[in-house]
Design a protein around this ligand. Structure first.
Ligand SMILES: Nc1ncnc2c1ncn2[C@@H]1O[C@H](COP(=O)(O)OP(=O)(O)OP(=O)(O)O)[C@@H](O)[C@H]1O
Length: 810
């Protein structure tokens, strides 16, 4: 049968057309060459025809035939594989052949209908499907000189963000009252300040000058600015009592402090810490205005009176304009937390408005000479940021006056004094153990599953992990894979009878999962047990978080993940990278590298907080991405970075995650297991049109997101080097990237700007015949800058409209 379904109507003579011809004439050399060429052609042609005959005789072809062939090739294939890897072409995976099994069996295109059809059903034609081998044509790593991960190398390192351990370093020695210090110890389990708290609290209690607080992730910056504010307000209250001006400060005495944070999650988190702190000064009242709830209830809260307000800039600017009850004339402390992020998200205008409004109202109150006695004359503005980038300097210009730069003194923790230029460099916590995994594009999905399987193999080794993924669509796709039953494990079949009991909780969970399976894009389910990662001894819960989820769901998902005492893994976009203090995160996996170094440091900073241990691993593809190791080295303060950064190989990850000790001696067992796993995921994906669409969407969003790395790091994440065909395999896709059609893509900024960019360079994004991205005609760095700008502008719009965009950078 021909590819288009027509039967070719000619017969083959019994003697066969493949009989070897006789060669006459010419020199003996010519005859020998002709003979060899004919023999070669004969072998190939008979293989092809045999293949055709086999297919015809079976009368139906399905995915499993090919998959079995794929597995058989893997098992028997070492010489074959060797031969393949010697070929120069890397694009072979996507070379369409006759649509029949090939002799070397490496590629076997067949139709979508063939894969999904039921027995007896005729293939309906349609897209060609390709099942390529996981272990052939993979590019080789270039970083083999770095040490492989070895637990023996895990020498203890002095934490750089832990509370100080000298007896002299107490909260009271910094000027904190015994009441507050006792509360910190007894109710918040904080015995001593961290280095940045020591520096900031003593400075801010001593002087009313503006300050810029800069310290690494997890070093306790929140309390570094909250403690002096609360202490000063407690002092003000005590003062008023003494003077008998009033009983004490009360909620209607006035608003004294405003804390601005870039996201609602962060604002809520700050508000929780503040509420905990104020339990020892119950007359002081704090509240939030962060959007996401009705403005009416926020207004009512403001009318009742608050002493400290935590807000997002957009919402505060709105209330300043429209809520009369909001009186800011007594505000004496303004904190801009995560300053760099505030600027990145385009809040400059709002902050400018807020600052001038505060100045105006304060002046008006001074003129009226109706100030609260004991209230400082000037307002103290505190800018908090881990980085000191250009945009933070700009924010400083808008908001600060003669600011003191507060950093933790490295000598506090036995480190060396920072050099002149070092103060602007942002480092990872010293105790954080970093590694990178070199994983070829085709192996990415199976490697991630293996990596997490191993991480959660023993209960307690990893309790909480966060996997960072570049875009929302890809988070959804991976969450679905991890929360669905890809295979029937023995364990599951044992408990099957139990599960099917009517009305049991397990049945309900199963029904919820079935609903999710029917529509994987359903966003109401954000956590579920992960059959892939769960063991007999314990179950692992998977979560998803991204900006396209409704705010209420984001909040409840984070709260659930935080409360969960059992092993759990969160698949998230960068929405979870900034400032969030999720307790006991032991492991951060950057499955997709961050768009910029700062984002990477914030991501890995979700672990190894306040002196605790933590591990981080970044997945890099062989080739230019491996150059990113230089960035990882600069994460370390000590200069001896290579000692602390270890390399992991995909082979090792697969072996450790997939092979049980019984067959550990079989050197290729991991390849079989990985192939089986990949095929399972592919079958599972192809079994439902909704899942297939979700995979395609994830793939396409991933590629688009890849193009938005900052210009300075574009050399490491070069879209021209991205093998789109191989990458498609990591999304369980069996089709050519160029022929992919994705109905119902989420509308969003990236998409629109991508289209615009594509148009600008004269057409849609294409792939060449080798499955590689076709090179854009325009300067990619310029284009990326434009895209990021467009994304941010869109983000701003989405935020104000209460939505979230596709990339969820916010
Ligand atoms: N003095 C202290 N003793 C013990 N734990 C502390 C102390 N100060 C803060 N912590 C804890 O350290 C963790 C990190 O604090 P925080 O979120 O303020 O860090 P951060 O520097 O703002 O981090 P990021 O830059 O990631 O936002 C929190 O869980 C907090 O409870």
């Amino acid at each position: 049968m021909a590819e288009d379904g027509m039967l070719l109507n000619f017969s083959i003579p019994d003697s066969g057309i493949l009989n070897k011809p006789k060669f006459k004439g010419g020199t003996w050399k010519d005859r020998l060459t002709a003979k060899k060429a004919a023999a070669n052609w004969h072998a190939k042609a008979s293989g092809r025809l045999n293949g055709e005959a086999a297919v015809r005789s079976k009368s139906s072809t399905n995915a499993n035939d090919t998959e079995l062939g794929e597995r058989a090739r893997r098992v028997s294939g070492s010489p074959d594989l060797e031969r393949q890897t010697k070929r120069a072409r890397h694009s072979g995976d996507f070379r369409p052949t006759s649509g029949k099994p090939e002799e070397n069996g490496n590629f076997r295109p067949h139709t979508n209908a063939e894969v999904t059809k039921k027995p007896g059903e005729k293939p309906k034609g349609g897209n060609r499907q390709i099942i390529s081998s996981l272990f052939s044509y993979n590019p080789a790593s270039t970083t083999q000189s770095l040490p492989i991960e070895d637990p023996a190398n895990d020498a203890p390192v002095e934490p750089s963000n832990a509370p100080l351990n000298s007896e002299l370093d107490t909260f009271t020695s910094l000027g904190i009252s015994p009441t507050l210090a006792t509360h910190l110890l007894n109710k918040m389990d904080m015995k001593a300040p961290t280095a940045i708290q020591k520096a900031a609290v003593s400075q801010l209690l001593k002087e009313d000058s503006d300050a810029f607080i800069q310290a690494e992730t997890g070093s306790g910056k929140t309390l570094a600015y909250l403690l002096p504010i609360v202490q000063k307000l407690m002092d003000l209250s005590a003062n008023m009592k003494k003077r008998k001006v009033d009983e004490a400060v009360q909620r209607n005495s006035g608003l004294f402090a405003i804390i601005l944070a870039p996201t609602r999650e962060l604002s809520k988190q700050i508000a929780i810490v503040l509420e905990n702190l104020l339990r020892c000064a119950h007359w002081l009242v704090a509240g939030t205005v962060i959007g996401g709830e009705k403005k009416k209830s926020e207004k009512a809260r403001l009318r009742k009176g608050l002493n400290i307000l935590v807000a997002t800039p957009g919402r505060l600017a709105d209330h300043l304009e429209h809520t009369q009850a909001l009186d800011v004339s007594n505000v004496r402390w303004l904190v801009l937390d995560e300053g760099d992020r505030l600027m990145e998200l385009g809040f400059e205008e709002e902050i400018q408005k807020i600052v001038s409004n505060l100045n105006l109202r304060m002046r008006a109150r001074k003129d009226a000479r109706s100030q609260i006695p004991g209230l400082p004359e000037r307002r103290t503005t505190i800018l908090c940021s881990a980085t000191m980038k250009m945009d933070v300097e700009r924010l400083g210009q808008i908001s600060l006056k003669d600011a003191v730069h507060i950093q933790s003194d490295p000598q506090e923790r036995g480190g060396e004094k920072a050099g002149d230029n070092e103060d602007q460099v942002f480092h990872a916590p010293a105790q954080l153990k970093q590694s990178f995994a070199v994983v070829a594009p085709k192996l990415r999905l199976v490697s991630l599953i293996s990596f997490l399987k191993r991480a959660f193999a023993r209960k307690g080794s990893v309790m909480k992990a966060i996997v960072f993924i570049s875009c929302a669509d890809s988070v959804d796709f991976h969450f679905d894979i991890f929360t669905n039953q890809l295979e029937e494990s023995e364990e599951k079949s044992e408990s099957k009878s139990e599960e099917t009991q009517e009305g049991s909780p397990k049945k309900k969970a199963k029904e919820a999962k079935a609903a999710l399976q029917a529509d994987p894009t359903k966003l109401t389910v954000t956590h579920a047990t992960s059959p892939v990662l769960s063991r007999k001894t314990h179950s692992v819960t998977a979560y998803r978080l991204h900006g396209s989820l409704p705010q209420s769901l984001r909040t409840s998902t984070l709260a659930h993940f935080t409360r969960n005492k059992e092993p759990s893994v969160l698949f998230a976009t960068d929405v979870a990278s900034r400032g969030l203090d999720l307790p006991n995160v032991d492991l951060v996996v950057e499955f997709d590298p961050a768009f910029a170094r700062e984002d990477h440091l914030h991501r890995i900073g979700r672990t190894a907080r306040a002196g605790r241990d933590g591990r981080a691993c970044i997945f890099l593809m062989p080739g230019c991405e491996e150059g990113y190791v230089e960035i990882l080295k600069s994460d370390r303060k000590d200069g001896e970075s290579a000692v602390h950064i270890t390399r992991q190989d995909a082979d090792e990850i697969l072996r450790k995650g997939l092979v049980t000790s019984g067959v550990a001696n079989d050197k290729t067992a991991y390849m079989d297991k990985a192939t089986d796993l990949q095929l399972q995921v592919e079958r599972w994906t192809l079994a439902s049109p909704a899942r297939l669409e979700s995979a395609r969407r994830a793939y396409q969003s991933h590629v688009r997101a890849y193009a938005t790395h900052v210009a300075a790091e574009r050399g490491y994440f070069d879209i021209k080097q991205l093998h789109l065909g191989h990458l498609a395999k990591a999304f369980a896709l069996r089709e050519r990237p160029s022929g992919m059609k994705v109905p119902g893509l989420r509308t969003g900024a990236g998409r629109e700007s991508w289209k615009g960019a594509a148009k600008a360079r004269g057409g849609q994004k294409k792939t060449n015949g080798e499955g590689k991205a076709e090179v854009p005609e325009v300067d990619p760095s310029e284009e990326a800058a434009k895209m990021r700008k467009a994304i941010r502008a869109r983000e701003k719009f989405m935020r104000s409209a209460g939505m979230a965009d596709e990339f969820n950078l916010g």
